[in-house]
Design a protein around this ligand. Structure first.
Ligand code: HAM
Length: 421
């Protein structure tokens, strides 16, 4: 019978990559907890309406990339393409938002976008997502960026660039939009790609970050948003930049950074690496002050970010995966149940232990133990009155050890073989 493969863009995660994911997630949980940010788990499937209203009808995500289907009651459902809309929906639904004070949540898990798969781009990918709701202060923007930096630094990523832009607000953006429309109408508008010709009608800002070379060329001389933002927007963004200047974050202003989701305004950012090819953005985020209200909640501002775990995993230094401590070997098949009970007892003491479920020669068991990289083998059926001995796998020495002394003997052996760093 032919075997069944996973779909294109849907990857299996197995060791060592799954170990890397686990370790990245552990770091995220540890760092975010220091920022008083708690975990929120939302469903993978939501009503389609949530993403249309949240992300915007004209975005590529909503237009082309959502996995949408009718459920058995013919309701339109969608596999979440991002986490922000679901987190806000949950906060509104369960009245988690406060009129005063901050609400901070992180979410870790799979997202789904029907994109063309390539290195660093999957159809099912994983995000570590943070949302901070309840403050429009520039300190919130800075603190969210500090949290992102603390997390990325904790996993060993220190050579990243923070691209930043100020997208203005509902008051100043219409004038900028008008300036863009005038500019693109004046230059050869028909030279824009088909998507951008559509974007000109729906959201001209998106033309700014189109990657098609002809659009890029035309955009080079387009009006800069920095010349159009209102005084409060400029002041807010300048305050954020001033705070970042007091850190070692590598910041680069990018006037063409618009982001692919329509809810952003004010501070927006993408963290990029030059080590992972075309899909260089490892994290992206920004402020989305009108979004909670747009989703039917109170008028509460927010800012957040999401990191792509596949891209982080490509960048983190190789993990030092710890081998098991002990292998319990047996000199006879009748000793297998005793090996299982001993392994159970040692695991309860905190040791990482392996043994064979099948009877094999001692030579073969030592070979397995060596392959696993254990420091010690406990051999049942060889040595002393009780027939228990310990073999130091680094030196090959084997000596008797009464069973009740095993934890002490192991501790001594491990102490002798502690890595020197
Ligand atoms: P986003 O820029 O669409 O933002 O995605 C954030 C990150 O997810 C990207 O920088 C990238 O690392 C990763 N990513 C996106 N698509 C893929 C893919 N197809 N394959 C692999 N990785 C991918 C958001 O999703 C916003 N919700 C972030 C946010 C939270 N803004 C405010 N709060």
């Amino acid at each position: 019978m032919s075997s069944i493969q996973s779909g294109v863009g849907f990857a299996d995660l197995f060791p060592p990559q799954s170990d890397t994911f686990t370790s990245i997630e552990a770091q995220a949980r540890s760092v975010f907890s220091r920022y008083c940010c708690k975990e929120l788990r939302t469903p993978l499937i939501e009503f389609t309406e949530l993403f249309i209203r949240g992300i915007g009808t004209e975005t590529d995500v909503v237009q082309k990339e959502m996995y949408t289907f009718a459920d058995r009651k013919d309701r339109s459902m969608t596999l979440r393409p991002e986490a922000t809309a679901g987190v806000l929906r949950a906060c509104i639904q369960h009245k988690l938002l406060r009129a005063e004070g901050l609400v901070k949540f992180f979410t870790i898990g799979p997202m789904f976008r029907y994109e063309r798969p390539q290195k660093g781009r999957q159809r099912q990918f994983h995000q570590i997502n943070v949302e901070v709701l309840g403050s429009s202060s520039s300190l919130a923007d800075a603190d969210v960026l500090f949290m992102l930096d603390a997390f990325l630094t904790s996993i060993g990523l220190t050579d990243l660039v923070y691209e930043m832009n100020n997208l203005g607000c509902a008051h100043c953006r219409p004038a900028f939009r008008q300036a863009l429309e005038t500019y693109y109408a004046r230059v050869a508008r028909t030279d824009l790609c088909a998507d951008c010709q559509r974007r000109m009608q729906t959201n001209p800002l998106r033309v700014l970050d189109c990657k098609v070379p002809s659009c890029r060329e035309i955009t080079q001389d387009a009006p800069a948003i920095a010349d159009h933002v209102c005084a409060p927007c400029r002041e807010h963004f300048d305050q954020v930049l001033a705070m970042l200047a007091d850190t070692n974050l590598q910041v680069r202003l990018n006037p063409f950074l618009v982001r692919g989701l329509d809810y952003y305004q004010g501070t927006t950012f993408e963290v990029v690496s030059n080590r992972i090819g075309a899909q260089s953005s490892v994290a992206g985020g920004g402020r989305y002050d009108g979004l909670v209200r747009q989703l039917g909640g109170p008028d509460i501002p927010g800012i957040g970010f999401a990191c792509g775990m596949e891209r982080l995993a490509m960048l983190v230094p190789a993990l030092d995966v710890k081998p098991p401590d002990v292998f319990v070997a047996t000199a006879g098949s009748d000793l297998l149940p005793k090996a299982a009970l001993l392994a159970k007892a040692l695991r309860a003491l905190g040791h990482v232990v392996e043994f064979s479920y099948e009877h094999k020669s001692l030579k073969s068991q030592f070979r397995t133990a060596n392959k696993l990289g254990v420091s010690a083998c406990i051999v049942l059926g060889q040595g002393g009155d009780q027939g228990v001995s310990i073999k130091n796998m680094a030196t090959g020495e084997q000596h008797d050890c009464p069973e009740h002394d095993l934890p002490a003997c192991l501790a001594k052996l491990f102490a002798e073989h502690k890595p020197s760093n």
